[in-house]
Design a protein around this ligand. Structure first.
Ligand SMILES: Nc1ncnc2c1ncn2[C@@H]1O[C@H](COP(=O)(O)OP(=O)(O)OP(=O)(O)O)[C@@H](O)[C@H]1O
Ligand SMILES: [Mg+2]
Length: 429
């Protein structure tokens, strides 16, 4: 490190003294002189000397006042001051030291001793300056480290968030894939037996129809039979309860056919769910996605809520039907879970250009104002531990984002909530 030339300011009203004092100073130091306290303070402010040698007895402003002023100004407070004076009473020295001087030298002075003292004080000042510089450097480094630390913490938080979102997307994909597989498996297994049950019921209906027709013919012919024979036939009809059997049989067969048709519909819905992962877009009416989702969870909702539908015709959208099925399923399941007592879920579809809208309203417990933003956060749930993952709405919001749409929520605590999906009619990307 290059040693800077140190500066010493000598303040004394006597030019002779100034000269003597200047000689005390080492050759490698720069000496500055002031003949009055006022000038000395001005110089000290301008050049910031490393040491001040100060006389006490001076006209206008004595050395004590100069020292007091220097020590009261933050800009000069740190400059060490040595009094060099003819005042040799103990109280004079005490006063000088109390004012903040680091040394008090009385005249006549012993040159080698004073020189040594000055050297020591200058060395001390140099060490102090180095220390101060190092402390400042350390402080700056600490601040830089703290800033770096904050930046790192922020980066880690961002990375954690990103990876959490990735995990969430992965979980959702896996969840959907396993639902899809399950749905496809169930649909496949049920599809075959349902095929022959429906076909056989159709044939049975035809056979039964023929039996009923034959019975009608037989009854018409029976009218012409002798009375005893007619009575025997009538008794058999009654004992077999044939009239009721034939009438109810037809009903049973047609009811079963209706049931088989419903099962077929559920299979179709399951199949549409099994395509949840498909990347291709398909033209679809949101109302049919809503219906598919409803069929999937209707057993979960029965006894919990009655379903009222208010559907207006809606145009088809080029969308990812599997994703929209999942979205509506999430909303319907949430609506069912929000019920405190059996209530009503109202499903609405309408075309409010440029959007197709679907809303799911429930008469459940509602969502407190302070939670309304948070419900879309991944993993936010108010359900018991292990009951809800808290992913339903965040995934739904993501699906809506994929379709450039919006998911709006209105809610009144104790009265219920309405989730409205709005998707632009223009084909999504
Ligand atoms: N219709 C609703 N009525 C009242 N609260 C609701 C409704 N829908 C959602 N919420 C609130 O939002 C929270 C988050 O819902 P979300 O569907 O994301 O997760 P979850 O239902 O708790 O769990 P899961 O992952 O099983 O869906 C719920 O825990 C619930 O507090
Ligand atoms: Mg949910």
């Amino acid at each position: 490190m290059v040693r800077e030339t140190q500066k010493i300011l000598v303040i004394d009203d006597s030019p002779v003294n100034l000269e003597i004092l200047s000689e005390l100073v080492n050759d490698d130091c720069e000496v500055l002189c002031a003949l009055s306290g006022e000038d000395g303070i001005g110089l000290a402010l301008r050049v910031h000397p490393d040491l001040i040698l100060l006389d006490v007895m001076m006209p206008v402003m004595d050395g004590y006042e100069v020292c007091a002023r220097l020590k009261s100004d933050p800009l000069t407070r740190g400059i060490p001051v040595i009094f060099i004076t003819a005042l040799n009473q103990e109280e004079d020295e005490t006063r000088g030291l109390e004012l903040g001087a680091i040394d008090y030298v009385t005249k006549p002075i012993n040159l080698p001793i004073v020189r040594a003292r000055i050297r020591n004080h200058l060395e001390l000042k140099r060490t102090e300056s180095v220390l101060q510089e190092r402390t400042e450097l350390l402080l700056r480094q600490q601040q830089q480290l703290e800033a770096l630390n904050r930046e790192l913490e922020q980066r880690v938080a961002t990375e954690v968030k990103k990876s959490r979102e990735k995990d969430q997307a992965l979980m959702q994909r896996e969840k959907m894939a396993s639902i899809g597989q399950l749905a496809a498996g169930v649909a496949h297994e049920i599809n075959n037996p349902m095929g022959f049950i429906s076909a056989n019921l159709g044939i049975l209906a035809d056979y039964f129809d023929r039996v009923v027709r034959f019975d009608r013919i037989q009854r018409e012919i029976g009218i012409a039979a002798p009375p005893e024979l007619r009575q025997v036939i009538l008794n058999h009809r009654r004992s077999l309860d044939l009239d009721h059997l034939l009438e109810d049989g037809v009903n049973l067969i047609y009811e079963s056919l209706g049931g088989a048709k419903r099962v077929k519909k559920i299979i179709e819905d399951l199949k549409s769910f099994s395509h949840v992962d498909q990347a291709e877009k398909a033209p679809v009416a949101l109302s049919s996605c809503l219906e598919s989702a409803l069929n999937i969870c209707s057993s979960q909702l029965s006894g919990v809520a009655t379903i009222r539908k208010e559907y207006s015709p809606v145009p088809e959208l080029l969308c990812h039907p599997g994703q929209l099925n999942q979205l509506f399923l999430n909303l319907l399941v949430n609506a069912g879970q929000a019920m405190v007592r059996p209530g009503e879920i109202v499903l609405r579809c309408w075309h409010g250009a440029p959007f197709v809208c679907v809303s799911v309203s429930d008469s459940g417990r509602g969502i407190p104002e302070e939670l309304r933003e948070r419900i879309f956060e991944p993993f936010f749930t108010t359900r018991d531990v292990g009951r809800g993952t808290g992913l339903g709405l965040s995934v739904s919001a993501e699906i809506i984002k994929n379709h450039q749409g919006e998911l709006l929520v209105e809610s009144v605590v104790g009265r219920g909530s309405t989730f409205t999906v709005r998707i632009p009619v223009a084909p999504c990307r």
